[in-house]
Design a protein around this ligand. Structure first.
Ligand SMILES: [Zn+2]
Length: 636
């Protein structure tokens, strides 16, 4: 594993650690760091991710020169990569894209829409609802059908009608006008006005990000007839045509949206058709050429503050990764991830689980009954480290026609993927599948599988290195592992059992107690100031509970493996893993859409909850990092 050189150990002497741990550890780096033009931020996770991308782009450039690649799937990935790099060839896709969206001009009423709905769905048009198969949250061995609301143009419902939101919509409209004019579509003003009007009406009935963060509330089983009665098209016929038979129920993720669906659509089909035309064009136009990719990046750059588009090689790699991630992840893992590191990380994971169990056994606010169920959840947790042994079945189907343009190939791949995903409806769920590929710099807990995944790419410094001290590894990857385990017991995970099903395994008293603690965590973060904007305590509560449990369990594990551990090193590396420099636009956007709190507070607010932090640095009343004992929150 290579060392991450950008976040070197130079402390910022302009602040005292006792007043601001995060700035003391990261301030010097932040002062001099330059955010690359094509990125909204830099540091920590992003640097590692960038490093993996650069490495893999070199690999792809070399593979592109080979006459024959033995691995059939990798060979397809490299072919797709090469397709993206050929700008002249990409341009051939424009007429196919224009043909596709011209069909929408004929949709003027419900009758036409109904008769073409299957075609629209099968061919990846933007529809006024989202629909598909997913794992059933009440029986994670099965798949279910889900219907939900479509995405909005602005990142959150709360931005509509605000000055900031209106400014962004202005940028969006002018970008779309440029694109429509350039591809020669007439009546661009009318199309845009209808698009904005439809989107605005949608924004009044769909869930906000804060509402989505409570994901248990997305599970609302309706019998098919009931769901059907809320739609102005025949859901039953549609399901028959697609799946051959009816399941007993459909899961409604956004019930308010469905309640208002008929009203949204009635008398508004021309508006819908304009909206779908604009959105379908916008989501595909970047495939047509680099010029169009640049024109269509204006809005996303306004959201993130990025100044330029990514270079073409990075774009080609990312697009390839979108379809062949597991193939790339296995290639990366086999070549760059060592067995020694894997063994070491597995022992850290077991150590963390052991600590969790130990803490649960000594828990003073839960009944024996609930503790037993919580420990069962830990005992059955599946651990996935590095990369999977083999690619999942779905990849075998991803064959495309090499003589077609990039846009047509993407259409083909999307169609294959959605048909494959729908074909799973009446099949058993394979719990050995991975939700993150080996080349991803991230980690996750999947509540439906009760599993934790640590891809090879995150197992690098400052998170983890065989060259780092034990304390630093526990302050880094130890806390990340503990964080992921804690998701099994955050406000959402706590409502799911060891089999990955929504199931209340708590006594009422215990759950009430847990909710009181959850409220304390919401209060601790809610309203914290970040450069004039506020943290949303409810939106970020699940991640804050996970961070809290992560530090708790990692500290306890460290005490066990190294009783004389230097906790200074632990907390300093914990602050270092959150090191990031963000553009102001991006920082503000994340406060509205991201369930993770800002890095600054994930470091600075969280450590204040731990007595060990006060002891390690001798923090006293009067220091800005000081929090009175009675206000410190420890959940697990
Ligand atoms: Zn998390």
């Amino acid at each position: 594993m290579s060392e991450n050189n950008s976040v070197k150990h130079k402390f910022n002497d302009k602040v005292r650690l006792e007043d601001d741990l995060y700035s003391y550890v990261n301030g010097k780096w932040i002062e001099s760091a330059v955010i690359p033009d094509d990125l909204p931020c830099t540091g920590g996770f992003i640097d590692l991710s960038d490093g993996v991308e650069k490495l893999m782009i070199d690999e792809f450039d070399n593979l592109s020169k080979q006459n024959k690649i033995d691995d059939e799937l990798l060979s397809r990935a490299v072919k797709l990569y090469k397709k993206v790099l050929d700008d002249e060839d990409r341009k051939k896709g424009l007429s196919a894209l224009l043909d596709k969206i011209s069909l929408l001009d004929d949709i003027k009423d419900n009758a036409y829409f109904r008769s073409h709905l299957y075609y629209l769905y099968d061919n990846n048009y933007v529809l006024p609802f989202s629909f598909g198969t997913s794992i059933d949250s009440k029986d994670a061995t099965k798949y279910c059908l889900t219907i939900s609301s479509p995405s909005l143009i602005l990142p959150d419902t709360t931005m509509y009608g605000t000055d900031g939101g209106n400014a962004l919509l202005g940028i969006y409209k002018s970008m779309i006008k440029t694109i429509l004019d350039k591809v020669g579509i007439k009546d661009s003003d009318d199309l845009i006005a209808k698009t904005i009007s439809f989107d605005e009406r949608l924004s009044k009935i769909v869930k906000s990000n804060e509402e989505w963060a409570d994901y248990i509330k997305s599970y609302n089983p309706y019998d098919i007839s009931k769901a059907c009665s809320l739609l102005d098209w025949n859901l039953k016929d549609f399901i028959y045509a697609r799946f051959g038979r009816l399941p007993e129920q459909i899961i409604v993720a956004d019930p308010r949206f469905l309640d208002n669906y008929k009203e949204l659509m009635e008398g508004h089909y021309e508006e819908f058709s304009a909206w779908s035309k604009v959105l379908t064009l916008y989501s595909n136009i970047g495939y047509i050429s680099e010029e169009f990719r640049e024109l269509s990046s204006v809005y996303s750059n306004a959201l993130s503050g990025a100044k330029a588009i990514t270079n073409i090689n990075k774009y080609a790699y990312r697009l390839t990764n979108r379809f062949y991630s597991e193939v790339i992840g296995i290639y990366y893992g086999k070549k760059y991830f060592g067995e020694e590191a894997k063994k070491d990380v597995i022992s850290i994971v077991h150590n963390l689980i052991e600590s969790y169990k130990h803490r649960l056994s000594n828990n003073t606010w839960l009944s024996k009954e609930t503790i037993k169920k919580a420990i069962l959840k830990l005992d059955t947790m599946i651990i996935k480290i590095g990369y999977p042994d083999k690619v999942e079945d779905s990849y075998k189907h991803l064959v495309f026609s090499e003589d077609k343009s990039l846009y047509e190939i993407i259409e083909e791949l999307l169609k294959i993927r959605s048909q494959y995903s729908d074909s799973l409806l009446f099949k058993e769920v394979d719990h050995s599948q991975w939700v993150m590929s080996g080349n991803t710099v991230n980690a996750c807990y999947n509540p439906s599988f009760n599993d934790i995944t640590f891809p090879a790419a995150i197992l690098q410094a400052p998170f983890y290195s065989l060259k780092q001290s034990v304390e630093e590894n526990y302050g880094g990857i130890g806390c990340v592992i503990g964080h992921e385990i804690s998701h099994a017991f955050d406000n959402n995970g706590a409502q799911m059992d060891e089999k990955g099903n929504i199931n209340n395994w708590w006594t009422k008293e215990d759950y009430d107690h847990f909710q009181e603690k959850t409220e304390l965590m919401i209060k601790e973060f809610d309203g914290l100031d970040l450069n004039g904007n506020k943290v949303n305590g409810k939106l970020t509560v699940s991640e804050n509970i996970a961070d809290n449990g992560g530090v708790t369990s990692s500290l306890e594990s460290l005490h066990r493996v190294k009783p004389d551990a230097d906790l200074k090193l632990f907390f300093i590396n914990y602050a270092r893993i959150w090191c990031v420099k963000q553009r102001p636009e991006y920082e503000k956007l994340l406060l509205t859409v991201d369930v993770h709190g800002p890095a600054y507070y994930r470091a600075n607010m969280q450590v204040r909850n731990f007595d060990e932090f006060y002891e390690a640095f001798n923090i006293k009343e009067g220091d800005k990092m000081f929090l009175p004992k009675e206000q410190r929150v420890i959940i697990w």
